[in-house]
Write a protein that binds this ligand. Structure first.
Ligand code: GLY
Length: 416
């Protein structure tokens, strides 16, 4: 099943089960306290809180999301992404835990054909009701229903807002992968992969210490399209799915590089191109503050990787048509914004190449003054602050020459 089929199947399944399909909202939330839409429920917050009436009691969507907390390791792992799609079903006081579990289980077992024996679930350890329901509805044995007492099984969108206990569905990729089950010390390995989170939304966090019951217990679920695509395409690597391979192949072709498809740089280029294109579509422009700064940082990180592959000419605008081809039917707004996206990608990368060329001249001069393989933190700071030459680029450049940046003095300048 390709990713477009998975998305359609998910939405159609919930539509057939009395849900109304919602178009993805913008990546820029109405809620001014948030930088980006980071989950399917974000645009629906007022429906959960009862301050606005939803168009239907049950909704379903595939929501564009941005999460940048782990940006520094994107590329190094098989799963970290800055842009992803969250498939979700939502109920505002209509159904609760039992039907949410039944709908989820039937979809993955009957519609997606996932092997039941490879699945296990977690519940919040105080949620005995969910434990019993999983046993009854899915027929899972007790050792496949793990009780977790940490915040991993209590979902909230931030310090305030709707929240509640949750239950996660995991797929076991088998013992050829390292990693332990959820709740164990090595749970972050590649073996047990979370595919779906069912949140039993029953509270509103008003302040840090005050939590109240929501007017109606509700359901909010989130399944990462890229992860489930990996599973259904027999891989454990999001970047090896049909979502990423055309982008990575284009990156390989354009950079003419010998780096393999699973190299961090091609992954970063593919992921960051997606984030940048969708952010520009939703009205963010690169700048030096706020959302625009995040966009610029994403773009520059991607462009730095293109540069490190030995690329002399801008390439992002040349990969974009591949993304457009893959995504325009699901996200027609990408097509409407294509000229703007192409312009901005080309413009930023051209400017950034200039920055890189200038920075490298300064770096080369300073290397001559470097002693004990320790590069001046002050110069690294000046490169960053005055010339827009990022620290990670300085470090990368020096790494090949076995020189380290004096990070303490860089940090001191940064604090100043
Ligand atoms: N709101 C559900 C999730 O982010 O997993």
């Amino acid at each position: 099943m390709n990713s477009n089929q998975i998305r359609s199947k998910f939405l159609k399944y919930f539509e057939d089960n009395d849900h109304k399909i919602l178009k993805s909202s913008s990546l820029i939330p109405h809620d001014e306290t948030l930088l980006f839409t980071a989950a399917g429920m974000v645009p629906l917050k007022e429906f959960f809180m009862g301050s606005k009436k939803p168009p239907h009691n049950n909704l379903t969507s595939s929501q564009k999301c941005i999460r940048t907390v782990d940006i520094d390791i994107v590329g190094d792992t098989d799963r970290h992404l800055t842009f992803f799609e969250m498939l979700g079903n939502f109920s505002f006081g209509d159904y609760f835990k039992d039907l949410a579990i039944e709908l989820a289980w039937n979809l993955i077992i009957k519609e997606f054909g996932i092997d039941k024996n490879k699945l296990l679930v977690t519940v919040f350890d105080q949620d005995e009701e969910a434990f019993i329901l999983w046993k009854k509805i899915a027929g899972l044995s007790e050792n496949k229903i793990l009780k977790i007492n940490t915040s991993d099984n209590f979902w909230s969108m931030g310090e305030t807002g709707p929240c509640g206990p949750c239950s996660e569905i995991f797929y076991d990729h088998g013992d050829s992968y390292p990693g332990g089950p959820p709740g164990s010390d090595d749970e972050d390995g590649d073996r047990f992969i979370e595919i779906w989170n069912l949140v039993f939304m029953q509270y509103e966090q008003i302040t840090k210490d005050i939590r109240e019951d929501l007017p109606k217990p509700s359901i909010d679920t989130g399944m990462g399209l890229e992860r489930v695509a990996a599973l259904l395409q027999n891989t454990n690597d999001d970047y090896a799915t049909d979502i990423f391979t055309p982008l990575i192949n284009k990156s390989i072709e354009l950079t003419n590089s010998e780096e393999k498809a699973n190299s961090a740089s091609h992954r970063v280029i593919a992921d960051h191109l997606r984030s940048a294109s969708f952010l520009i579509t939703d009205g963010v422009l690169p700048s030096n503050e706020g959302r625009g700064y995040v966009l610029r940082r994403i773009m520059r990180r991607g462009m730095r990787h293109a540069h490190s592959l030995g690329n002399k000419e801008p390439i992002f605008h040349k990969i974009f048509p591949t993304l457009l081809h893959e995504m325009k039917f699901s996200y027609p707004e990408l097509n409407r914004a294509k000229d703007l996206i192409l312009n901005i990608l080309l413009n930023e990368e051209t400017k950034f190449k200039q920055t890189i060329d200038n920075g490298i001249k300064i770096l080369e001069d300073e290397i001559k003054n470097t002693q004990n393989n320790l590069f001046s933190g002050e110069v690294a700071f000046k490169l960053y602050d005055t010339f827009g030459f990022p620290l990670d680029l300085t470090q990368d450049y020096l790494k090949n020459k076995k020189i380290l940046v004096d990070i303490d003095s860089f940090n001191k300048k940064m604090e100043e």
